[in-house]
Design a protein around this ligand. Structure first.
Ligand SMILES: [Mg+2]
Length: 415
């Protein structure tokens, strides 16, 4: 049987609207996600799909520039691909980890389609048919067109959490935070935890706190049903000092995102739960390797979300399907989106979980009409400044942050 060879790579930037702008400690998602959709073409007629966060002309050109490395490559050769694209010393000059991830997704998709098997069967076989998710709650600005969707107060947050629990069946709830002053957020988070009853909660201020503030905040939430306390402060040493001063497990998606950091954390623990992101780690396979290290050293793992449309979500589902040591629900921004670019429309949550796709490869296909529509929308809107907040002109984030948003500001801002 003739093995497939890569003959071309295409990259298309799309922007898909969110219900409302999502605020975080570094800025905001300004009412939409911008994603780059990758299509890798082979000489056997199979096209593999990948996805990366961000986009625009420079991202598309960067992917196009990798064509010279990819033409003639056999997609089965995933280890060779890693060194061709991001040899750790050669790539000091051009950090291609996230681009490698998108290409790895597409190659795994091609292999699965070529063999007629789902990705999870290539990755060790599935331990579960569906992956559980936490609701991912954000402080949100009002939608500029409808004036709706604002989340600023405890009442607004609880209303959304309970609505999502009713409609999607979530049993764990994560609050992305670090927007308002810690005492205000403490009050809001405690109110949320009380409102969701026996469900578990997670607090993630994206490293906005000083070590001392992080410890003080920990004391304020230790009695709640916390899955873990996520990135309260910055850096391995900072997190280690917090960990010495709380009995809650600490989780991270910022300070352990490669094998060198994972080794450091094994030798001198700073965090307990590693949130595996198929993009940050450079693909699905590096996440599985990292999960194996975590299994060996009894560290926890969970599936992280750095924003996703259906292709990236499929990578998260296949990852979640094959990890034996996955005891936490995954995160996904997905339910904040208004649409997707995959055939059949957005994947559905049932009882807080999404079924792992069972079709060949990643098990998702591009809806060409939607891809065209959201590519056109990107062309008309362009990008946005992820690390700025449209409601706080002139503000920029620092770690630790000391300049917080005003919780009484209920203006509808343009973005
Ligand atoms: Mg996080």
């Amino acid at each position: 049987m003739k093995r497939p060879k890569i003959i071309d790579i295409r990259a298309t930037t799309v922007t898909v609207p969110l219900e409302a702008p999502l605020r975080h400690s570094n800025g905001a998602h300004w009412g939409r996600f911008v994603r780059t959709i990758i299509e890798i073409e082979t000489d056997v007629g199979i096209v593999g799909l990948g996805e990366m966060g961000g986009g625009g002309e420079s991202a598309e050109a960067a992917f196009r520039s990798l064509k010279a490395y990819l033409v003639g490559h056999d997609p089965f050769e995933l280890e060779q691909l890693r060194f061709k694209i991001c040899n750790p010393t050669a790539s000091l000059y051009n950090n291609r980890t996230q681009m490698h991830a998108a290409i790895e997704f597409a190659c795994i998709d091609i292999i699965g389609k070529f063999l007629g098997v789902p990705a999870y069967d290539l990755l060790g076989g599935k331990m579960r048919d569906e992956v559980g998710f936490a609701s991912y709650l954000f402080f949100r600005l009002p939608n500029k067109d409808t004036g709706k969707g604002e989340i600023r107060t405890a009442d607004q947050l609880i209303e959304q959490a309970l609505e999502l629990k009713r409609s999607h069946g979530f049993k764990a709830h994560k609050l992305k935070s670090g927007v308002f002053a810690p005492d205000y957020e403490l009050e809001v988070f405690r109110a949320l935890a009380k409102a969701v009853g026996a469900d578990s909660v997670r607090y993630d201020p994206n490293a906005a706190f000083s070590v001392e503030e992080a410890i003080r905040f920990a004391k304020g939430i230790e009695d709640l049903n916390n899955d873990y306390y996520e990135d309260p402060t910055w850096g391995l040493n900072g997190m280690r000092r917090v960990r010495e001063n709380t009995h809650m497990p600490l989780a991270t998606n910022t300070i352990v995102i490669n094998f060198e950091q994972l080794a450091t954390n094994v030798l001198n623990p700073a965090v307990d739960v590693i949130l595996l992101d198929t993009t940050f780690w450079g693909g699905i396979r590096p996440c599985i390797k990292a999960a194996g290290v975590c299994e060996t050293f009894q560290l926890g793992v969970a599936v992280h979300s750095s924003g996703e449309l259906g292709i990236q979500l499929a990578t998260m589902l296949h990852l979640g399907a094959v990890l034996p040591n996955l005891v936490y629900t995954a995160d996904a921004h997905y339910h904040q989106l208004t649409d997707d670019i995959i055939v059949g429309g957005p994947m559905k949550y049932t009882d807080g979980a999404i079924k792992v796709p069972t079709g060949p490869g990643l098990g998702v296909e591009i809806d060409r009409e939607k891809l065209g529509k959201y590519s056109d929308l990107y062309k008309s809107l362009g990008g946005y400044l992820y690390d700025r907040d449209p409601a706080r002109p002139g503000w920029f984030s620092t770690v630790p942050n000391t300049r917080w948003a005003d919780p009484t500001d209920d203006r509808i801002v343009d973005y």
